[in-house]
Structure formats: C-alpha cells, structure tokens
Design a protein around this ligand. Structure first.
Ligand SMILES: Nc1ncnc2c1ncn2[C@@H]1O[C@H](COP(=O)(O)OP(=O)(O)OP(=O)(O)O)[C@@H](O)[C@H]1O
Length: 261
C-alpha cells in the first residue's frame, strides 16, 4: 500500500502554499469584521458544498453551489473598490501616512505626521474639545462614510485643532486622513450596532467603533466630556494614557503592512 507521505510530492507542497497565500491575502484584505463574517460564511458554504458532493445529495449540492457563486459575486460587488486598489498596489511598498519613496524619508515623514496627530489630540484633550480622526490604512473608507467637506490639506496640529473648535463650521463629525493628507472633514460615520458596547460610550465613540468594524482603518477619538484620548481599530477601543503611549500605539498601527504582517 502506498504511504500518504510517498504520494505527497513537491507539486502538492507548491499547491498548498499557493492556496494558503491566497487565503492569507484574502484575510488581510477583508480584515474588517463584516468582511470576516462573509468570508466565514463562504468557508462554511465551501465545506457544505464538498460534503454534499461526497454524500451524493444532488439537490442540496446544487443549491449550495448556487449560493456559493452568488456570495462570491456579492463579495466582489461590495469590495470592488478595495479589490481594485489591492490589485493596483499589489507588491508595492505603501505606507498609510506618506507617499515618500525611500525608506528613511518615509519613516521621517510618518513620524512627523504622528507628532502632529499627537499634538492635536493632546491640545484638544486638555481643552475638552471632542474630535474624531479617521486614518485610512490599505482600504478606502469613503464608501462607508457620508462625504462631508473636501479639505485636501497638509496635516498640521493647528489645522486639525482648528477644525474641531466648536465655532468651526466643520467641527461636527470626523476628518479623514489618506496617505498623509487631510482629505475631508465633517464626515458622518456609521454607528456600531454592537449590543455589548459599554453603555457609558456616547455616539462619537460608537461612530469610531462602527467604522472600524466595517473597514480596516484606525480612528483616533478625543472625548469632549472627559478629555480621554483613545484609538479604535478592528471594532476595539484602546484607551491611551499619555502622549508616549499614543505615539507607541499609532506607530505600531500605522506601519506599512508588509513590515507588520
Ligand atoms: N456618526 C457620527 N459620525 C461622525 N461624528 C459623530 C457621529 N456621532 C457623533 N459624532 C460627533 O460626536 C459629537 C458628540 O456626540 P455625543 O455627545 O453624542 O458623543 P459622546 O461620545 O457623548 O461625546 P464625548 O465622548 O466626546 O463626550 C457630535 O456632535 C459629532 O460631532
């Protein structure tokens, strides 16, 4: 009798490596929670599809197969922007905070922007002015956000602070940062529907959580009521105690993905 290990050749190893790589890239791309759930449904349907075939349940196999194809189509439609962006930028060295070409320039620029974000957050926090700052990573957020006002400005703590001052016409809502640029202000984010959220959190924090449940991005929140600064990512809220820990958290979350994964 042939041993399984004797049948397993280099072709199988390459085959498994390719499939594992595709699944890994899919998980990275669809890391927001809703996308994750869709991916799990897809995996479940794939398992049912294979099992129903093995068991010889023809009708059930046909139904699951149709559901499977429809779900793939729905995924492609839902994530068309992200898929296009991922394909266009595949293999490129991308930093969420800068378009700088060389590695040192990229680090310096990113560090400068993180410094501006920290200065703005601490200044707003000390004056009990609420703020909501969305920082895109690999995925775009605008398909989940009500557009607000175009800003297209360099990121400085002064601009960020003045946007959130109560008499600013665009202080309500969130600002969106893409590749180190302040793109929009006054944006409305989807609220989290998670019933387990701490009841003490108001709508500003629910909005930050809501967006990060849907899209892989980082949201910096300053509470108007308490002045606390927190960072939300992947539907979780991370309170930060001071500027040093805020720098640490932002640096970690905003490194180019190929360095962190
Ligand atoms: N869905 C949303 N998208 C964007 N901004 C929002 C959203 N919901 C609330 N905000 C912003 O948060 C502000 C304050 O809302 P609210 O007082 O309900 O939140 P809060 O969490 O209690 O505030 P804080 O924690 O800062 O005291 C709003 O005026 C608005 O600027």
């Amino acid at each position: 009798m042939t041993e399984p290990l004797q049948i397993f050749g280099w072709r199988d190893a390459i085959d498994i490596a390719i499939v594992a790589w595709i699944i890994y890239r899919l998980i990275i791309m669809l890391r927001g929670r809703v996308a994750y759930r869709l991916l799990l449904v897809l995996a479940f349907l794939a398992a049912l599809y294979s099992l129903s075939r093995l068991a010889g349940f023809e009708a059930f196999h046909w139904i699951v197969g149709s559901l499977f194809s429809s779900l793939i189509l729905i995924l492609v439609i839902l994530f068309q922007h992200d898929i296009r962006r991922a394909l266009m930028t595949h293999g490129k060295h991308r930093h969420p905070l800068t378009e700088d070409r060389d590695e040192q320039g990229e680090r310096d620029h990113a560090s400068l922007i993180i410094g501006e974000l920290i200065a703005a957050a601490t200044s707003l926090s000390s004056r009990r002015i609420g703020a909501l700052i969305v920082i895109e990573r690999e995925m775009g957020v605008m398909s989940h956000v009500e557009t607000g006002t175009e800003v297209d400005a360099k990121i400085t703590s002064e601009i960020l602070t003045s946007i959130f001052l109560p008499y600013s016409p665009i202080h309500d809502g969130a600002v969106v940062i893409r590749r180190g640029k302040l793109m929009r202000a006054g944006c409305f984010l989807p609220l989290s529907q998670d019933p387990t959220i701490n009841k003490n959190l108001g709508t500003r924090h629910r909005a930050a959580l809501g967006l990060t449940e849907l899209v892989d991005c980082v949201v910096l929140v300053v509470s108007e009521e308490t002045g606390t600064i927190s960072v939300t990512v992947g539907g979780r809220i991370l309170p930060v105690s001071d500027a040093v820990s805020l720098r640490k958290v932002l640096k970690k979350l905003l490194e180019p993905r190929w360095l962190t994964e």
